[in-house]
Design a protein around this ligand. Structure first.
Ligand SMILES: Nc1nc2c(c(=O)[nH]1)N[C@H]1C(S)=C(S)[C@@H](COP(=O)(O)OP(=O)(O)OC[C@H]3O[C@@H](n4cnc5c(=O)[nH]c(N)nc54)[C@H](O)[C@@H]3O)O[C@H]1N2
Ligand SMILES: Nc1nc2c(c(=O)[nH]1)N[C@H]1C(S)=C(S)[C@@H](COP(=O)(O)OP(=O)(O)OC[C@H]3O[C@@H](n4cnc5c(=O)[nH]c(N)nc54)[C@H](O)[C@@H]3O)O[C@H]1N2
Ligand code: SF4
Ligand SMILES: [Mo]
Length: 733
């Protein structure tokens, strides 16, 4: 009874929200939105037999691509349910996944191409036809290519199954300045694990008996299957220890939580190694046969005792020693979780190297409950040979700013600096697809400074994001439920690899188009049409040629699972490193004049009266891209500054007071939330608020922008943005 009541209330609220949403929308397509957001048009409500089709798709509210089944009635999506057959997502569709309907039917959707009319960021736009927009974009790219070479355009595409076509366009056009969101996310982690193991393993959380999780908030920062597996594991016999300056939801579910001093994880990890080696409780067989540099490591960690570490990281020495023993006892079904962005500091590759090395001492490689080798199902391609442009510069624009950047990836922070400095050569155009660096690149003013140096900026988005708001030309993209996407391979960890895809669930609304369509049309105008001489259907056929059985399975279940061995895949095989072993000591680093083993460097002191600002996640928000969603706004409608009550008292701040937060790069006003769920020297706020774009009518005016405050420091090895290195002061307004 109660349950039904609840349902009714939320349905009514949903309708209220929809009605007001529709009232504020003043452009074409209203009837479709209105129809979608009411139940009036439903067959059920008129007593006619329901005509609901169920269609497979994949969620796109974050990068996880959880399997879903859309219930579609008369061409309108009515509900999204999880697809239990997709084992990687373990039958989950989270709050954001459910709210995907609102993404598609948001009256704030971009509806047709828009050309900037007023000053940049002023919000004056002129509607263009697609032909006008594409002709203009092609003309600008041609002109900039002629004046500044083809590398004078910087391309940035976010996480998407069609980003590969944007990359292909960039290569065909002739620019090697291609970046993604990843250098604002996890390249330092990938760097560290690649340089230790030769590849990036994945954690087998489900079968683990002991997990130490430093700075990963898996019950709010959802990653499938890890989030679901962690819940299953701790309900069985797995012990979970969370190390985080905040008492996150993950910490709340853990057996133990330590509010580590920010930036000191390496001290903790080195002390774990110290105990394991000192007490000889590491995996002697694995270390002897599969690793390189153990003698050097033994010598190296002698000074890093738990008593020493306690002074650095503020985790009690006895607890560190006990954790080392418990971990070793549970090994190989034990791990220090590798995380994603965990501790994002200027030393983060080395912090994660320390993480990788502790795991090597546990010998959990290729073992149940430890690290699993990532598997891919190899797909076909339609190959192409881009032209060579002789006048192009020798290298990427961000080259040599960090010693070990990924060639294919570069770094947003470095590319942005290079554009601002015009060094080593000028960049005059910026092409963004499904990424919002105005909210997700630290130091928003610098992003604005970069954009102000450009002659032309083009953004492809579904909404008028803050990044689109700054562009010259904004192109409307088809959402995930409206477009056909290529096949992609996923890894369900213990359930092995699988293939998934998207077919359109409904027709594209308004004038929205897929990335492939847009870049093909642009290519045609630039005489590069031969590189896009295929339809999405043909591309998919080329991808799947070797897996005819997958086509049938996907039609039936929305997914194809490949049976394959999950553990023991490395039996008798060398590691893909220089020494062919797990590199505890890295000769490559030594040759590059980097520390071959992680050396602890004390983070800068937090002066009294100032706070370390850390970044993190809320379960209802995806980075900078979901805060305008009205269904999710019912859960989090604005961000607040987490501040410890003892620190607040000294500043005369009470719960709910408006405060001014200042860093060396910016200032923001925000409401204070007094909570003991954070250290006294640390503050936190959610991402995605304080937007500049008036095209985001729901979220505009709420909360503060963390990107405006974050200092743009970087991991010196990989060029990863170091987002946790910001000090702020807080005062009552
Ligand atoms: N709901 C939701 N889920 C998501 C996302 C989302 O936006 N929303 N994004 C997805 C993406 S792209 C990613 S990369 C992952 C990120 O997932 P995680 O890697 O789990 O990253 P965060 O949630 O940002 O958590 C970082 C945590 O580190 C803590 N921290 C800060 N400084 C330190 C420190 O010095 N030491 C330690 N030990 N901890 C520290 C912060 O308090 C924060 O809780 O989440 C994914 N899942
Ligand atoms: N301040 C802050 N910065 C961060 C983080 C943080 O937590 N806080 N997290 C970091 C991490 S881990 C990551 S992975 C990055 C992610 O950074 P971004 O790549 O910027 O990811 P989102 O913020 O999700 O922005 C995605 C953009 O794509 C648009 N979009 C959504 N669906 C579609 C579609 O179907 N087609 C098109 N064309 N566009 C679409 C959205 O409207 C939005 O503008 O941010 C990093 N930076
Ligand atoms: S975790 Fe949630 S938002 Fe992300 S893909 Fe899965 S259901 Fe969608
Ligand atoms: Mo990320």
């Amino acid at each position: 009874m109660r349950k039904d009541n609840k349902k009714e209330i939320s349905r009514r609220r949903f309708l209220k929200v929809s009605a007001s949403a529709a009232a504020t929308a003043s452009v074409a397509g209203n009837t479709q939105i209105l129809y979608a957001l009411t139940t009036k048009g439903s067959a059920k409500s008129t007593g006619v037999q329901s005509n609901i089709e169920k269609k497979f798709s994949l969620c796109d509210m974050c990068f996880n691509k959880c399997g879903l089944i859309a219930r579609v009635e008369d061409g309108i999506v009515k509900k999204l349910d999880p697809n239990p057959k997709v084992l990687k997502s373990r039958g989950m569709l989270c709050a954001r996944g459910n709210a995907g309907i609102q993404r598609v039917y948001d009256p704030d959707r971009l509806k047709y191409p828009l050309l900037r009319k007023g000053a940049r960021g002023e919000g004056k736009w002129q509607r263009l036809s697609w032909d006008q927009a594409l002709d203009l974009a092609a003309e600008k790219l041609e002109k900039i290519g002629g004046e500044y070479t083809r590398c004078g355009t910087l391309f940035m595409a976010g996480s998407d199954m069609q980003s590969k076509f944007v990359h292909r366009f960039a290569e065909a056009y002739g620019s090697y300045n291609i970046i993604s969101h990843e250098s604002n996310c996890l390249v330092s982690r990938n760097r560290a694990f690649l340089d230790t193991y030769g590849e990036m393993p994945i954690p087998d959380v489900l079968n683990s008996k002991y997990i130490i999780m430093p700075g990963s908030n898996r019950f709010e920062a959802l990653v499938t299957p890890d989030s679901i597996d962690l819940m299953s594991a701790i309900r069985k016999e797995c012990k979970l220890v969370v190390i985080d300056p905040r008492y996150t939801k993950t910490a709340a579910m853990a057996h133990e939580w330590y509010a580590i001093k920010p930036g000191t994880d390496m001290a903790f990890l080195l002390a774990l190694m110290h105990v394991m080696i000192d007490e000889k409780i590491y995996n002697t067989d694995f270390v002897k046969n599969k690793t390189n540099g153990f003698a050097e490591l033994t010598q190296h960690v002698k000074k890093y005792s738990p008593r020493w570490a306690e002074k650095e990281c503020q985790i009690p020495a006895a607890a560190i020693a006990r954790m080392a023993r418990e971990l070793a006892a549970a090994a190989p079904a034990a791990m220090v979780y590798p995380g994603r962005r965990t501790s994002d500091y200027t030393d983060s590759t080395q912090i994660r190297r320390a993480n990788a090395i502790v795991n090597a001492l546990l010998g959990n490689w290729d073992q149940p409950g430890g690290f699993v080798v990532a598997q891919k199902i190899h797909l076909g391609n339609i190959p192409f040979e881009p032209d060579f442009y002789e006048d192009n510069p020798d290298d990427r624009v961000d080259v040599n700013r960090s010693p070990m950047m990924f060639d294919t990836e570069g770094a947003y922070k470095h590319a942005r600096d290079a554009v601002i400095e015009g060094n080593p050569y000028p960049i005059k155009a910026f092409f963004t697809y499904k990424t919002n660096p105005m909210q997700t690149g630290a130091n928003r003013q610098k992003t604005i400074e970069m954009i102000n140096r450009l002659d032309f900026m083009l953004s492809i988005d579904i909404m008028m994001s803050d990044t689109a708001w700054m562009a010259d030309l904004v192109l409307p993209a088809a959402s995930y439920l409206e477009r056909m996407d290529p096949y992609a391979t996923q890894q369900g960890v213990s359930t092995g690899p699988c293939l998934v895809t998207r077919d359109p669930v409904i027709k594209p609304m308004f004038e929205s188009k897929s990335a492939l369509w847009i870049v093909r049309e642009l290519a045609r105008r630039l005489d590069l049409g031969m590189h896009f001489d295929f339809t999405m259907k043909q591309f998919k056929e080329a991808q799947i040629k070797k897996h005819p059985e997958a086509v049938k399975a996907i039609k039936k279940d929305g997914v194809y699972h490949q049976k394959s061995k999950v553990y023991g895949r490395y039996d008798g095989k060398p590691f893909k490193t220089l020494s062919k072993k797990v590199e505890l000591f890295s000769k490559r680093y030594a040759d590059a004049e980097l520390d071959p083993m992680p050396v602890y460097k004390r983070p800068k002191k937090i002066p009294s009266g100032r706070f370390q600002l850390v970044v993190g996640r809320s379960a209802a928000i995806t980075q900078g891209s979901t805060t305008n969603n009205k269904l999710l706004r019912e859960l989090v409608s604005e961000n607040e500054l987490w501040l410890h009550p003892d620190s607040a008292e000294k500043l005369g701040i009470r719960n709910g007071d408006r405060v001014l937060v200042s860093s060396v790069v910016g200032k923001q006003k925000i409401r204070a939330r007094l909570t003991r769920e954070i250290r006294k020297d640390t503050v936190y706020m959610d991402t995605g608020f304080g937007v500049l774009s008036k095209g985001l009518t729901s979220v505009f005016g709420s909360g503060a922008c963390i990107a405006e405050l974050l200092e743009d420091r970087f991991d010196y090895i990989s060029g990863n943005m170091a987002m946790h290195e910001t000090l702020v002061s807080v005062r009552k307004i």
